[in-house]
Design a protein around this ligand. Structure first.
Ligand code: SF4
Length: 379
């Protein structure tokens, strides 16, 4: 998106008081309390009839097919699968950024123009690049970290400094996700959760931890997770080797015993990002389009840098992508809050993230599905 388009978007949305959300998934649930502070959410739409029974957080959930007649009377904020849903809404004659827009644009754009505040939907912080697995299609490139021996735990002081720096510019993050590698291998996970809670509890909605469930947290960490209201997402890859299922079951039992909130995401198919094993080689124009279509739901923050696409940080770390200054806003260097707003919304110097030339990401144009968690030989 260009800067001018951003201003045009705000003209269309500045007086909006009521909206409809599209997508009734987990992402919608953590956005609702934040959105409700400023807007009335009239309904949540979904294409899947099975997800439309009843209400989510007291908001009626409706099947898209039953809402078609109302489409032109409302403003729709698309929470998930933007590429697919936007094509669907365009086919009904709706206009992008006038009748509907993406959740990240809605959150960041509205808060910026209205209050000069910087709000981010979802921000990922990598705490480690060590992992118990070595998945061929890992989107944080664990096999490359292993091959190039670049895997490491990020120092606790480094992470704390990043968190401080991040909150100097960012007013609110709706969801912070601590990611890896395998987060349960990270020796300071509890300290990071405590640091967030003790210093910035009023600046974020939820703190979440992603794990493959293979490393059982110790009692002390479980206590901290409980105290800090951390939410755990277990990616269960359904592997048969190394007593994987047993470990995941023990992990879940430990969370349940402590009443720690969690969700279990069952493996299955993954998107093959193609990079670095069979990289695309797109032209500049194709890469711009690819980034726009992929539109990752999360941003990243590591080493004092704010990334539009967090996997770029990991690709540079393991030496498979050259550093490109247009891929992030470096908060150590001179910058303004508006630079971050623009970057968050894809308004950036080079117009696209350098890796989008080589990576399929989530766009359906080049989409290739592969079985999840295929293990590479340890090199
Ligand atoms: S296509 Fe671009 S934005 Fe999407 S995951 Fe790949 S590098 Fe990130």
């Amino acid at each position: 998106m260009e800067k001018l388009e951003l201003e045009k978007w705000y003209e269309e949305w500045k007086d909006v008081k009521e909206i409809v959300l599209f997508g009734n998934g987990k992402t919608t649930r953590y956005h609702i309390p934040e959105i409700k502070k400023n807007f009335e959410i009239q309904a949540i739409l979904d294409n899947d009839k099975q997800r439309t029974a009843g209400k989510t957080k007291d908001i009626p959930v409706l099947w898209f097919g039953d809402y078609i007649e109302e489409l032109h009377n409302t403003k729709i904020v698309v929470v998930s699968a933007y590429e697919e849903v936007s094509e669907q809404l365009l086919s009904y004659g709706l206009i992008e950024n006038v009748d509907f827009c993406d959740i990240r644009l809605f959150i960041t754009g509205w808060q910026w123009f209205q209050n000069r505040q910087l709000h981010i939907s979802e921000l990922h912080i990598a705490v480690t690049t060590c992992c118990t697995l070595n998945c061929h299609n890992c989107n944080m490139f664990m096999p490359s970290h292993r091959k190039n021996k670049t895997f490491r735990h990020i120092g606790l002081e480094r992470i704390k400094h990043d968190i401080d720096q991040m909150f100097q510019d960012i007013d609110r993050v709706y969801r912070i996700a601590l990611v890896g590698g395998e987060t349960m291998m990270y020796p300071y996970l509890g300290q990071v959760l405590q640091y967030l809670k003790e210093n910035y509890a009023d600046r974020y909605g939820s703190a979440e931890i992603y794990t493959n469930g293979m490393v059982l947290p110790e009692e002390e960490l479980l206590e901290i997770m409980k105290e800090t209201s951390a939410i755990v997402t277990i990616s269960n890859y359904n592997l048969t080797k190394n007593h994987y299922q047993e470990k995941v079951r023990d992990f879940i039992a430990a969370l349940e015993k402590k009443e720690i909130m969690y969700s279990e995401k069952l493996g299955g198919e993954w998107f093959d990002f193609a990079f670095p094993h069979e990289p695309l080689d797109l032209t500049r124009e194709e890469a711009i389009e690819n980034m726009y279509r992929c539109n990752p739901g999360f941003r990243g923050f590591n080493d004092g840098k704010f990334y539009f696409c967090h996997i770029v940080w990991s690709a540079v770390e393991c030496g498979i992508l050259p550093d490109c200054q247009d891929d992030y806003v470096d908060l150590h260097a001179a910058h303004t809050k508006e630079d971050i707003v623009n970057h968050q919304l894809g308004v950036m110097g080079g117009k696209y993230v350098s890796l989008c030339k080589y990576c399929i990401g989530c766009s359906k144009v080049y989409r290739k599905m592969v079985p999840g968690a295929i293990q590479e030989d340890e090199g």
